[in-house]
Design a protein. Sequence first.
Length: 134
Amino acid sequence: MNGPGRRPPGGSGGSPPRASTDWEVAVPAGAELGERPFWDAGQACLMWVDINTGHLHRYRPGAGDEIALDLAGVALGAAAPRRGGGYVLATAAGFRLTDSLGRGGGVEASRARGGGVGASAAIDTPSASLSGPR
C-alpha cells in the first residue's frame, strides 16, 4: 500500500524503471508486413515472408537481402523449405509448391489462414477446406 511518506514501487520518481528502447535494424528490407522468419539450412540463409506483397525474402550474411520469390501481389502467409529444394508456400490462393528457383504450380487442397512454420519445418494451418467442412 502507498500511504503518506511511502514511495511507490519501481524507484524514487514514482514511475517504474524503463526498459531500453534502443534497437538496430538487422536487414533493411523495407517489407510492408514481414513475418514468419526461418533459417534455411540448405541455403545457409534467413528467409521470411512479406505477407501483403507476396514476397519471400532471403538474407545471406555478408551478401544482403534479396527477394527470392515474387507472387505478384498474392498474399503469402508462410513458407517452409522442401527436402529436395524449393518451398511449400501457404498463400491466399491455397498451397503452392516451388522448385529452388521459385517455379511451380498451386495445390488447392485448402486455404491457409493464420498458418506458420513449426519447429519441424512443417506448415501449421487451421484446416479450412475450400469446399467446406468434411
